[in-house]
Design a protein around this ligand. Structure first.
Ligand SMILES: *Cc1c(COP(=O)(O)O)cnc(C)c1O
Length: 386
């Protein structure tokens, strides 16, 4: 199974850059990709970066995180949702998930706000939209910045509005495992604030900029200038290459159609499993478009004294379906414990996670494979009823 079988047009887009581009980075393909992406998500500004972790780092920089600040992050996410904030000295406060939507619980987020809270990270994990209306309302009341981690949520929307445009900053990933990829790595940072947008290019590219005013000789005093863009920060280098951008513009064209396939696969699986009360799926906020980036389910076998591990033993050994278990609660990882962020109060996630699992998942699983997975799961669940 190839996760991203490239179309001829996508391959041609990269080859065109190799043959014809005047420069390999920071050129017209970046400009076009940013324009295409901003239009796709309906953002005022979009900036290509080399990965989503650094898009989140830009968000942390523009939240002006200082050592000792608190940032609220759902404990159920990929580690990169938290690391850029920790790197700037923030103390990570873990938010619990909502038991129905499996995304950050707005009530728990509000409970965990203190005078030190600087930002919240809303992660649209698995392609499930967070309850952005409530999260933004709570954050605004408390003067907290809202960062949206949309790494798994391209084309995920609420009432037609794309995620990443509800809060202050939206961060996207084009890593090989995501909905679209720019040759394995890549990301995008979106925002609507003019002042932030003015400063992003300098922070993204080592402070490089043009000298102001007319110059008699283009090389005097030097070819290009290097300046300060934020008083409290040094610039970084998060640039995305031209071949990646050319591919990105091309890949954007098939995102919606590919998601439609995943949404249809999800519909079929739910139909197959509708009479299996032990298995549940995420609930979606009203008006939300769940783009089914991963296929996570929850098993409740407590009535029979069984758990997820019993289920997966049967599923793999007896029925030949290799399930996956993902997104270990971050407070359980040594990294966060060693960095002083091991404390947590997330009873919902703690109980839920140990009974979650997922199917192998990609766009275009044939019906026969889906039938094998679903029937295997139904049989395994029934076996465990005894
Ligand atoms: C993949 C991912 C990231 C990091 O993306 P990169 O482009 O690999 O840096 C961040 N958050 C979530 C939820 C992700 O799935």
């Amino acid at each position: 199974m190839m996760q991203h079988p490239y179309t001829e047009a996508e391959i041609q887009a990269v080859v065109d850059v190799m043959r014809n581009a005047e420069g390999q980075t920071q050129g017209k393909y970046l400009e076009k990709f940013e324009k295409d992406f901003a239009a796709f998500v309906g953002a005022k500004y979009a900036f290509g970066v080399n990965n989503c972790t650094n898009a989140l780092k830009l968000a942390a920089i523009f939240c002006h995180i200082q050592p000792g600040d608190e940032v609220i992050v759902p404990a159920y996410t990929y580690c990169a949702s938290a690391i850029p904030f920790g790197d700037l000295g923030a103390h990570i406060v873990w938010a619990d998930i909502n038991k129905d939507t499996w995304t950050i619980d707005p009530d728990d987020f509000e409970r965990k706000i203190t005078p030190k809270t600087k930002a919240v990270v809303a992660v649209h994990l698995l392609g499930i939209p967070c309850d952005m209306k409530r999260i933004v309302a709570i954050a605004r009341r408390h003067g907290i910045k809202v960062v949206e981690d949309c790494a798994q949520a391209l084309d995920c929307r609420i009432d037609g509005q794309h995620v990443g445009t509800f809060g202050d900053f939206g961060c996207f990933s084009f890593h090989a495992a995501k909905t679209m990829t720019t040759l394995g790595e890549g990301g995008m940072f979106v925002c609507s604030d003019d002042q932030v947008a003015h400063n992003v290019p300098g922070i993204r590219h080592n402070g490089l900029c043009a000298f102001q005013g007319e110059r008699e000789r283009y090389w005097v005093p030097a070819m290009s200038n290097v300046d300060e863009f934020l008083e409290d920060r040094w610039p970084q280098n998060f640039c995305l290459g031209e071949a990646q951008c050319a591919l990105g513009s091309e890949q954007l064209k098939s995102v919606i159609a590919n998601n439609e396939i995943l949404i249809e696969q999800d519909r079929k699986i739910r139909e197959w499993l509708k009479d299996v009360p032990e298995i549940t799926f995420p609930g979606i906020v009203e008006g939300g478009r769940y783009v089914v980036h991963q296929y996570i389910m929850h098993y409740d076998g407590s009535k029979y004294g069984k758990n997820r591990n019993d289920l997966l033993d049967l599923l793999t050994q007896k029925y030949g379906v290799r399930a996956i278990v993902q997104y270990y609660p971050l407070y359980r990882y040594p990294l966060f414990q060693k960095k002083g962020c091991g404390a947590y109060d997330c009873p919902v996630l703690d109980a839920w996670w140990d009974n979650s699992f997922s199917f192998p998942w990609w766009c275009g699983i044939d019906d026969e494979s889906m039938r094998i997975m679903c029937e295997g799961l139904i049989h395994a669940v029934k076996d465990l009823r005894g």
